[in-house]
Design a protein around this ligand. Sequence first.
Ligand code: NAD
Length: 367
Amino acid sequence: MEDLVMTGANVDKAFWRGKRVFLTGHTGFKGSWLSVWLVSMGAHVTGFSLAPNTDPSLFEVLGVEHQIDTSIFGNINDLDALVKAMHASQAEIVIHMAAQPLVRYGYANPLETYTTNVLGTAHVLEAIRQMPYVRAVLVVTTDKCYENKEHGNPFQESDPMGGDDPYSSSKACAEIVTTAYRKSYFTTNQGGGRTAIATARAGNVIGGGDWSLDRLIPDAIRAFNSGEPVVIRNPLAIRPWQHVIEPLSGYLLLLENLFHHGDQFASAWNFGPQDSDTRSVSSVIELMAMRWHRPASWTLIDADQPHEAQLLRLDCGRAHDKLNWYPRWSLEVAIENISTWHRSHHEHGDMLALSLAQIAQHQSHTH
Ligand SMILES: NC(=O)c1ccc[n+]([C@@H]2O[C@H](COP(=O)([O-])OP(=O)(O)OC[C@H]3O[C@@H](n4cnc5c(N)ncnc54)[C@H](O)[C@@H]3O)[C@@H](O)[C@H]2O)c1
């Protein structure tokens, strides 16, 4: 079947050369990928996050600490430390990705989840208010921020915020806090028009080097390696799966536009996969099993599970039309790349070189 996917715009390397970027969440999965991508384009990155909390961690595997200009282990709710670090970085661009990002952990630890995701976001925005140089800001939330009545229609950016669990609702709150800060302090008629702030809502992100608990791909790889069936909660749940490089390319394109055009782009943006990659958990396990040459067997957790949305789809028409951003890798290609990545890691390959090669391959992808 012919692949009719649009390729869209590439991230502009020349734009990023020499840019001063402050990144929260640089010790995490997405943050580590983004750090090495930014550095490869010549950006000066200051990272501010808690220390990595998985073993192994992508942060350590890629040597992020030695790649970026400054790596700080700190809590985003420590305003003094945040302001000091941001000031020292002289950042022109801030990307806020630090969060408690797990639904089930959020059920068990709601206060920590709200403190990090809501108050933490307010602290980051409060610090930005004090910064003279910041021109473009991206606050990363999630597709789970929408009020989800499971009607099956893809969410548009203008749909109401909601969330039936602590994680999802905390990200909806982060969206609302960001909008309030934008309207109160960062619009031209408030005298603050120099800083343009957007939010980004991505789908279920997968990629090499995610070792978090309670995420499908790392859980599956652990099970394949130990010869056990994959333990899953929700085989029929439908999710918008996308390789980590996809939303990161969207974030970077959006920031370029925010930097150049300001307010025009200062709003919310969806960055989801092609509609055909919004698929069930069980179909992802089957694809992975094929790649890993393992039988696609799974067992269901039988204990009562807290509610998780069954159906989530994103309408990304706005990012297509205004940013010329399109997803480039199908789920099959994403899983092939994850398999290559983890096989190489298993064989003690050069993971930084491979990760950068995957980014380059994504950027040169044509149909
Ligand atoms: N992975 C996904 O599928 C997915 C999907 C949609 C949105 N997101 C969002 O993307 C962002 C990154 O997610 P990830 O998958 O890389 O998660 P991750 O758990 O790998 O990384 C989280 C990062 O946040 C930092 N952090 C957490 N609490 C902090 C605090 N109090 N102070 C400072 N730093 C703190 C951690 O140290 C880490 O660097 C999050 O905002 C998450 O909600 C992720």
